[in-house]
Design a protein around this ligand. Structure first.
Ligand code: NAP
Length: 476
């Protein structure tokens, strides 16, 4: 098998379009693109040309001969995807170029400068002579690419090089330190541009609705992530790292990120982009165990397999999961392969994955807080999903720090309509419902799901809607 996609896959599908034999899937037009945890190379069809390696913005594609031992599992993960026959055309899908009725006339304002904004700008700038003005509230652009991606994920952070190239385009003007809605109004943007795209992300976290969630020892993972990544709004945040145990509630990829940062040897973190204030605090940390608690079972874990591989590859941290939880997984589940027979190394810090528990109350304790958990059992819901119901058993875990990691949440933008239940701006393929010449892309459009590169196809859909409206004379 010549080439293999590894952990840092961002799913932007650049490799798909570079591949001459259409052996990288799912492609953005295939139904499973939005649910896949990464993209996969077909080991039988790959012709070893290396075009995908050059196209990948995050160095996720390696020749099979250059995989390090921890990455060997990706050989199987790539091949597994093609065990079932997958009908597909011989050639990769071609994205038709955008064309506008009056070349050079299109002027677009983009609010935000994270991945969603960057991919939208890149798409608009494929139109000859179109211009983009990008507005960012902070002094630096980048959004979650700068302030969300974990500092030890250096290859993923490499996507910033691509975004730097986009902002270097002379037809893009980057305006930093300006907040839309405060320093400039939506109406002013519309007066100066043909259209406005909001790419403002999901800038807050979903709150945990249990009593005691407002105690000082409880914070959100999103706050912790922003703090260790040097986000200026969180430079003064403090977290109690003086006790041996921290609890993380929720088990998505953000939960794994914070668990990893809390347990990684600070000397290794020193070689990353971590904020100096966070490194200083983590050097003093007494945390030995991080307990990551999911309300459903191991099979329903929200983290992805590539991130689990990264977690279990840490040389000085043990990942612990109970035999009972492991036995509930089918043998064919890749997580079973990864979590089976993990080493126990005395003295190592530990990340303990616990399941079927929901927090019910949090109360003050002498050295932090006591979190009461209700044990759950799985129930099949009529819609086919797996939900939980409490068994009636309760137990308590004490910790110096509790981080809630139960998802990001969008906020209303200027006076645009807002779907409070989903935390998104209602839209039809990116067109804001009921508001002329106004569009959305990224997490504020579809909710906080997917990977950095998922925003590329999302932005393509939005910009195609915008261009169709422009060509139909609807943006006058
Ligand atoms: P997420 O993947 O949606 O996970 C949220 C977690 O919170 C789930 O375990 C969920 O459990 C749990 N949860 C929700 N409400 C809860 C409640 N009331 N009580 C207890 N648990 C609750 O969110 P995320 O980790 O913030 O990630 C957001 C997106 O960013 C994801 O698409 C993720 O893949 C992506 N991301 C990717 C990377 C990477 O690729 N390296 C890194 C970071 C983030 P249920 O499953 O039971 O609902």
């Amino acid at each position: 098998m010549p080439h293999v996609i590894t952990q840092s896959c961002c799913s932007d599908a650049s490799c798909v379009y570079a591949c001459p034999v259409n052996c990288i899937h799912p492609t953005p037009d295939e139904p499973d693109f939005h649910t896949a945890e990464m993209l996969y190379i077909d080991p039988v069809e790959c012709v070893d040309c290396g075009a995908c390696v050059t196209a990948c913005p995050v160095d996720a594609i390696k020749h099979d001969g250059s995989l390090d031992p921890a990455e060997k599992v990706f050989l199987e993960l790539n091949a597994d995807f093609y065990r079932e026959p997958r009908p597909r055309p011989l050639l990769a899908p071609v994205v038709p170029p955008l064309q506008i009725r009056a070349p050079g006339a299109l002027r677009v304002a983009i609010v935000g400068s994270g991945p969603a904004a960057m991919y939208a700008a890149d798409e608009v700038l494929t139109i000859p002579a179109a211009r983009v003005r990008m507005y960012e509230r902070l002094p630096q652009p980048g959004g979650l690419a700068r302030f969300g991606v974990a500092p030890d994920h250096q290859r993923t952070r490499g996507v910033s090089r691509q975004f730097d190239a986009i902002t270097a385009n002379p037809r893009l003007e980057l305006v930093t330190g300006v907040e839309v809605g405060t320093d400039v109004t939506h109406e002013q943007l519309l007066a100066d541009h043909d259209a406005v795209i909001y790419a403002v992300g999901a800038s807050t976290d979903r709150p945990l609705d249990v009593s005691g969630a407002d105690l000082p020892a409880v914070s959100s993972a999103t706050r912790f992530v922003a703090w260790y990544n040097g986000h200026p709004d969180f430079a003064d945040a403090t977290f109690d790292l003086s006790q041996p145990r921290a609890v993380v509630i929720g088990n998505g990829n953000v939960a794994l990120d914070v668990a990893r940062i809390l347990t990684t040897d600070p000397e290794r973190l020193a070689a990353t982009d971590i904020a100096p204030h966070a490194l200083k605090a983590l050097r003093q940390s007494k945390i030995q165990d991080v307990v990551v608690v999911g309300r459903r079972g191991l099979a329903q874990s929200a983290f992805t397999v590539p991130e689990l591989v990264g977690l279990t590859s840490m040389p000085d941290v043990d990942v612990v999961v109970s035999d009972e939880d492991l036995q509930a997984l089918p043998e064919t589940d890749p997580r079973a392969r990864i979590l089976r027979d993990l080493p126990r190394r005395p003295g190592n810090r530990r990340i303990v994955l616990e399941y079927l528990q929901s927090p019910t109350t949090i109360s003050g304790a002498p050295d932090g807080v006591a979190v009461e958990f209700a044990r759950n059992e799985l129930v099949a819901a009529p819609d086919g999903t797996t939900k939980v119901k409490p068994t009636g058993d309760l137990h308590t875990v004490t910790a110096g720090l509790v981080l809630t990691s139960i998802g990001y949440r969008g906020r209303p933008a200027v006076d645009l309509p807002f779907d409070d239940a989903r935390g998104t701006i209602p839209n039809d393929e990116g067109r804001v419902v009921g508001v002329a010449a106004t569009y959305v892309t990224g997490w504020i459009k579809r909710g906080p799901t997917g990977f950095i590169g998922t925003n590329k196809s999302c932005a393509q859909e939005t910009v195609r809607s915008l261009v169709a409206d422009y060509n139909a004379g609807l943006l006058a």
